[in-house]
Design a protein around this ligand. Structure first.
Ligand SMILES: Cc1cc2nc3c(=O)[nH]c(=O)nc-3n(C[C@H](O)[C@H](O)[C@H](O)COP(=O)(O)OP(=O)(O)OC[C@H]3O[C@@H](n4cnc5c(N)ncnc54)[C@H](O)[C@@H]3O)c2cc1C
Length: 476
C-alpha cells in the first residue's frame, strides 16, 4: 500500500470550476502505445474519442522501445508450429515475478494477448511478424511479435496512421494538468489541458482513460520509491511524471508495486542505444574492467541494470563473437550501435581487451572459463549454464554498456477491463488505466520484469480499457 500523504498528489478540481469548451464521450490522457490502442478500440466500439498528448508528437516510451509485443497462441505462432497457450504464458509471467503479482490479471492479459496481436494486424494494419530467432529470458516459447525493423517508432507510426484512418483526433502539445471530478462519487467530468503558451482549455468527458505511463521521468518519485536505480542512466520518456498515480491517489485509487520498474543492463555507454538481450541469451556475457564476469546475465536484462551500475565506473562490456554479431544485425538498435562505433572487434581476445581498455589476462581467463562451461554443461558460480551454444570464436566483439532505467511498473490497481480500483476493490465510476499508468505484472521490484510485460499491458489493457470505456458511455 502506498502512503498517499507521502506522494504529492495532483490536483482534482470541482466540476463547477470548469469552463468546458468541448465534450467527448471518451477522453484519453497520453498518446503512447496504450493511449492510441485505447483510442482505436473505443472508436471501433462506436465511441467518439479524443487523445490529449503533452508532447509535440505522440511517441512516448513506446517509440523508444523495441516494439516487441507478446501474444500467446497467435496464428503467427501456429503457422510456425509453435505450441503456446495463455496458461503457459501466464505461468511464465508469474514465475518471473516469483509469484508476487496478481495471477488473475496475468491470466486475463495472457488470454487476450493473441486477440490484441491479430486485431492490430487485421483491423489496423500494424505489420507485426513473429520474432523467431531467439528466446527472451523467462519465456517458454517464442511469442514476441514485432514490426519489420523491430522498432517502437515503427509501431507508433502504424498506430498513428490507424488513428488517422479512423478520424481519431490526437491533440498534441496538450498537457493535462488537472482533472475535474465530483467530490463524493469520484465521477470524472473532464480534464484541463495546458498549451505551451500557458493558455488552458477544459474538455468534458463521460469516461477517462489514463494512458500517461508511470513516473520514471519524475526524479523525486524515483528517488523516493526506487532509490536503487537512481544512479543509473535514465533512458525512458522524460514527460512521464507520475501524473496518473498522483491523480489516482487523490481520487482514492489503490496503487500497487510502486517499487517495480523495467531496468536494462545493456545500454551502450555514452551512446544511449540499447544492446538487446538476444546477444546474452545466445551465448554472450558481460565482464567488468577487470575482464571478469560478475553475475548471471541470463536471469534477465531488467535486474541486470543494478548489477552493472555496481561495477567499477558503473560500466560493463558485452563480450561476444561474429555469430552473435550477425544475429544482432536483425535489430535496428544494434545497427545504430555499429554506426555509432560503439561495437568493437578484434581478431584475438588480447587485442579486443586492448581496444576496449579491459584487463587482458582477466578477459582471456573469462573467455576460457566460459568455453569450459559450454563443454561441461555445468552451471557457473551464479547458476548460469552456457551449454547448447557454441563457444566464442575469433573474431571477438565487445560493446561498453551501462545500467539504465527504462520505465516504472508500479501503478494504479485495475481490474481485467482496466477499471481503476480503490483499496477496498471497488471500481471508480468512470476511470480506466493501462500501460505504465496501471500496476504491471512484474512483481514488486526489477527482477520480475519479463520482456514484453510493458507492451502487453500497454496494448492489451489499452484495447480492453478502450472497449470498456466505450461500452460504459454507450449505456449511460
Ligand atoms: C529502450 C526501450 C525498449 C523497450 N522495449 C520493449 C519491448 O520490446 N517490448 C515491451 O513490451 N516493452 C518494451 N519497453 C517498455 C515499453 O516501451 C513501455 O512499457 C510502454 O511503451 C509503455 O506504454 P505507455 O503507452 O503506457 O506509455 P508511453 O508510451 O510512455 O506513453 C505515455 C504518453 O503519455 C504522455 N503524457 C504523460 N503525462 C501526460 C499528461 N499529463 N498529459 C498529456 N500527456 C501526457 C507522454 O508524453 C507519453 O507520450 C521498452 C522500453 C524502452 C525504454
Amino acid at each position: 500500500m502506498v502512503d498517499a500523504t507521502a506522494v504529492e498528489t495532483a490536483p482534482i478540481l470541482p466540476p463547477s470550476s470548469a469552463n468546458f469548451s468541448a465534450h467527448v464521450p471518451v477522453l484519453v490522457v497520453g498518446g503512447g502505445g496504450c493511449g492510441l490502442t485505447a483510442a482505436l478500440a473505443a472508436s471501433q466500439a462506436g465511441a467518439e474519442v479524443l487523445v490529449l498528448e503533452r508532447d509535440a508528437s505522440a511517441l512516448g516510451t513506446t517509440a523508444m522501445s523495441t516494439g516487441l509485443i507478446p501474444g500467446a497462441n497467435t496464428r503467427l505462432q501456429r503457422e510456425r508450429g509453435i505450441v503456446d497457450s495463455p496458461e503457459l504464458f501466464a505461468a511464465d509471467i508469474v514465475q518471473k515475478a516469483k509469484g508476487q503479482t496478481d495471477q488473475g490479471i496475468a491470466l486475463a492479459l495472457a488470454r487476450e494477448s493473441a486477440r490484441t496481436i491479430e486485431w492490430l494486424i487485421d483491423d489496423h494494419q500494424v505489420p507485426l511478424s513473429l520474432v523467431d530467432s531467439f528466446l527472451y529470458p523467462g519465456h517458454s516459447v517464442m511469442r514476441m511479435h514485432g514490426s519489420p525493423n523491430r522498432t517502437g517508432s515503427e509501431l507508433m507510426g502504424s498506430l498513428a496512421a490507424a488513428c488517422e484512418r479512423r478520424g481519431i483526433d490526437v491533440l498534441t502539445e496538450a498537457q493535462v494538468t488537472e482533472l475535474f471530478a465530483d467530490a463524493g462519487t469520484g465521477v470524472v467530468r473532464g480534464a484541463r489541458l495546458r498549451r505551451p503558451d500557458g493558455s488552458t482549455e477544459d474538455i468534458g468527458c463521460d469516461a477517462l482513460v489514463l494512458a500517461c505511463c508511470g513516473f520514471a521521468g519524475n526524479e523525486a518519485m524515483v528517488r523516493q520509491y526506487i532509490p536503487e536505480i537512481e544512479g543509473a542512466t535514465f533512458f525512458g520518456h522524460p514527460g512521464n511524471k507520475g501524473d496518473a498515480i498522483r491523480w489516482g491517489l487523490a481520487l482514492g485509487a489503490a496503487v500497487r508495486d510502486i517499487h517495480s520498474y523495467q531496468g536494462h543492463g545493456g545500454l551502450a555507454a555514452g551512446r544511449g542505444i540499447p544492446i538487446l538481450w538476444p546477444l546474452i541469451m545466445e551465448g554472450g556475457f558481460q565482464v567488468n574492467v577487470h575482464g571478469r564476469r560478475f553475475s548471471n546475465e541470463a536471469r534477465g536484462y531488467s535486474e541486470q541494470a543494478v548489477e552493472v551500475v555496481a561495477q567499477p565506473g558503473h560500466v560493463a562490456w558485452d563480450v561476444y563473437d561474429a555469430r552473435l554479431h550477425r544475429l544482432m544485425l536483425e535489430f535496428d538498435d544494434y545497427r545504430d550501435a555499429v554506426e555509432a562505433r560503439a561495437v568493437l572487434s578484434a581478431d584475438s581476445v588480447v587485442a579486443l581487451a586492448a581496444l576496449a581498455g579491459i584487463d587482458a589476462s582477466g578477459l582471456a581467463a573469462t573467455v576460457a572459463e566460459v568455453a569450459a562451461l559450454v563443454k561441461s554443461g555445468e552451471a557457473d558460480a551464479w547458476g548460469r549454464r552456457f551449454a547448447g551454444k557454441p563457444p566464442l570464436a575469433a573474431p571477438y566483439y565487445a560493446v561498453k554498456v551501462t545500467g539504465a532505467l527504462f520505465h516504472t511498473q508500479g501503478g494504479l490497481a485495475v481490474d481485467p477491463e482496466g477499471r481503476v480500483l480503490r483499496e477496498d476493490g471497488s471500481a471508480l465510476p468512470n476511470l480506466f488505466a493501462g500501460g505504465g499508468a496501471a500496476r504491471g505484472i512484474s512483481g514488486p521490484s526489477s527482477w520480475g520484469y519479463m520482456a514484453g510485460n510493458g507492451l502487453l499491458t500497454a496494448t492489451t489493457f489499452g484495447r480492453l480499457a478502450g472497449e470498456a470505456a466505450a461500452r460504459q458511455v454507450a449505456h449511460g
